[in-house]
Design a protein. Sequence first.
Length: 290
Amino acid sequence: MKQKQFGGLSDQFSSIENSRFVILPVPFEGSHTLFKGSEKGPEAIIEASAALDLYDIHTDCDVSEAGIHTSEAIRERSADKMIRQVYARTTQLLKKKKFPVILGGETTVAIGAFRAFADYFKDKDLSIVHFDAHGARRTEVKGNNTAHHHCVVTHAEAFAPVVQAGVRSMSYQELETAEPGRIFYASVLLDPGNKAWMYDFLNKLSRNVFISVDLDVFDPSLFPAVASPEPGGLFWSEMNTLLTAIGEKSKLTGACVAGLTPIKYNKAPNFVAARLIHKLITLKHINSHI
């Protein structure tokens, strides 16, 4: 069956040869979670994207003109095999000068991408911005298994400096492993009386930035369709403001968006996730000079 294209784009605007942006679906769900279904997330997002207007009124830009190709999905039940395939496919895209967007599934799909970007940018500055409601800094889960969404930041830090944003739940053991000043809690980002954090946040970024988003970073009132919802999260305006600032300060190199667990009778989160991906590639497109 032919792969559906992000935005419902025709072949003219979605061929791999003519597309600057490539969506790589990875419908993987391997960890124990309270709510199952994240393996259905990529398909739900791509389906919702067909109803989006790809012209962005805030930037006066239609990113579809640059081409958006949705590639064949990586379908692996083994976490280790999935990570290796994500690494290989992402590396291929980077060598072709594409802007990859890895689409999960659970956030474990980002691990292979971290390694691919670190290898590709090994002679250049690279930092990772990880949006997540949780610390994701554990060193093992259920024995010795590190290929788990609770360990995503631990993996990321093995490849590049990480800045975390939107955190509001973590264990004390995770806090002890964190480098001071590199976690920006949701309560800080949402405080209207404190804008000093933005200067500090942006100063921690290198020239090249990879964006990783676990969708539970959003408040459940906006985005309930996640496996581990946490109250007190970000809303669209905060996310939009921060991503815009990152895109103006640093060179966006790629992204991973994961964690949608579709709800049968509430498809609104599917559209929010699709719009987030559209916003990320739009920001890259309008800031190509950086």
